[in-house]
Design a protein around this ligand. Structure first.
Ligand code: NI
Length: 179
């Protein structure tokens, strides 16, 4: 069952604090990662978190070379991140547009830390640690938010910068968004 249904905002399973993964290098974890990967590609997303397919575990995937949903975004390395921790560096926040596969058809400007260090584990239990900024940092913060029950609209400060993708970005809608 590789492509799984994506839960939408309003589903209480999106509001949980995800459980930490305790066992690495297992067939169950490998199957989950395959499902996340196939579901993300099918939906054309740049990231996906396990809670979005109803799995209560601290696993996110993200990364792309180019994205139809974010045509101006620089590439982000394809990454599987388990039990992540994020530390802001410097505290500077920037606002930029985000969407979410669990909030289809909408975009909003969301404040995020510009510069972060993130760490966690890969599926074999090897540690991952990176210091990143810009869109990469934004994607990681967005995906990890799903693990603490946060959806991006909960972070919006200025609701005049929140609306339907087809109205805000008509060119994008025709290319990318089916919902
Ligand atoms: Ni999302």
């Amino acid at each position: 069952m590789p492509v799984r249904p994506i839960l939408k905002m309003g589903d209480p399973r999106l509001l949980r604090n995800a459980q930490r993964v305790k066992r690495f290098d297992s067939p169950e974890l490998a199957a989950l990662i395959t499902d996340l990967h196939d579901t993300m590609l099918h939906a054309g997303g740049v990231g996906l978190a396990a809670p979005q397919i109803g799995v209560d575990l601290a696993v996110v995937i993200f990364g792309f070379e180019t994205s139809i949903r974010y045509p101006d975004a620089p590439p982000v390395p394809k990454t599987i991140l388990i039990n992540p921790i994020i530390e802001p560096i410097g505290g500077q926040q920037t606002e930029d547009w985000e969407g979410c596969l669990s909030v289809p058809g909408l975009r909003g400007k969301v404040p995020r830390f510009h510069h972060i260090r993130y760490s966690g584990f890969d599926p074999d239990g090897q540690s991952v640690e990176r210091e990143v900024d810009g869109f990469h940092a934004r994607v990681v913060q967005h995906e990890c938010d799903h693990l603490w029950g946060m959806l991006y609209p909960m972070r919006i400060r200025d609701f005049s910068a929140f609306g339907f993708t087809e109205v805000l970005f008509p060119a994008l809608t025709s290319a990318a968004e089916s919902t």
